[in-house]
Design a protein around this ligand. Structure first.
Ligand SMILES: [Zn+2]
Length: 275
């Protein structure tokens, strides 16, 4: 029987939850051998906080999450800084940022205005945007438009060949020097090795790593995060600084296995940043 995507995703999600509880000692060993750490407790360590740099809302054509429900979901899952990255659109992010600033304590939640831009050769995320970037530009022009307004360039789900809209490898080679952050943990990746490939690439190129839920449903928010030192993040430099001591982590959902996962913190300490 073929299930529609949404139903299949729900089914996998609930199976995954059961599997997290049922992971045997052997499975735990197997997971740890892949470089992951099974975490019982999702709370950040003292002095740390969780941030998510990739999330969609009702302002994306393939997502129905009302922006009004996002602050409460962030709070219940412990996300303190949430980037909103709708497809080719920043209006929802702007509105939510304003609403959060008007009604909440900045200690509780900060919204970063972002956009997942469809370039002619795949997707690139811009963060801290003021102006919307049009879809359909070349990767070079997209990156230029992000930088011109002081934004940061993030490479989302970069190494999963099953992600249809990933930035093409040949395009990545051309804009490599302009990438500020790479998403090395993506909860919906098809195989753990693609996250691992992203980590290796980040290390080889001295690029900061982060995590993104790529949330298309409210319940996805909180399934991936970077754990960073507790601090205010209102400007690009503050985010880059926080990520230097960050650890990407999350719940990797896989048809056969799901676990809480914390990636490569020891290796991260050895990472030589190019900036
Ligand atoms: Zn996305």
């Amino acid at each position: 029987m073929v299930l529609p995507d949404e139903e299949l995703e729900l089914k996998r999600g609930s199976e995954a939850e059961e599997q997290v509880e049922r992971l045997t000692p052997e499975e735990t060993k197997e997971v740890e051998a892949l470089g992951a750490v099974v975490r019982e407790d999702e709370k950040p360590e003292p002095g740390k906080m969780k941030i998510d740099l990739h999330c969609h809302t009702e302002y994306s054509s393939d997502c129905a999450t009302p922006i009004s429900l996002i602050p409460a979901r962030c709070q219940s899952t412990g996300i303190r800084v949430q980037a909103i990255t709708d497809h080719n659109e920043i209006e929802g992010a702007r509105l939510l940022k304003q609403r959060v600033e008007d009604t909440m304590d900045p200690q509780d939640l900060t919204i970063i205005v972002g956009e997942e831009v469809s370039t002619t050769e795949g997707e690139i995320i811009g963060l801290f945007l003021v102006e919307q970037i049009p879809a359909g530009l070349s990767p070079e022009d997209t990156v230029k438009a992000i930088k011109e307004q002081g934004g940061l360039v993030v490479l989302p789900h970069g190494f999963d060949p099953l992600k249809r809209f990933r930035l093409k490898p040949t395009a990545l080679e051309r804009v490599i020097d302009e990438i500020d952050i790479i998403e090395t943990f993506n909860a919906r990746i098809s195989n753990l090795k693609w996250n691992q490939a992203a980590v290796e690439w980040a290390q080889a190129h001295g690029v900061l790593m982060s995590a993104g839920t790529d949330a298309h449903r409210l319940s996805d928010i909180g399934t991936a995060w970077a754990e960073v030192p507790y601090r205010s993040i209102h400007h690009p430099e503050q985010l880059l600084d926080a990520l230097k001591d960050g650890v990407p982590a999350g719940i990797w959902v896989h048809p056969a296995l799901a676990f809480l996962y914390k990636s490569w913190d020891r290796t991260l300490r050895r990472l030589k940043l190019r900036k």
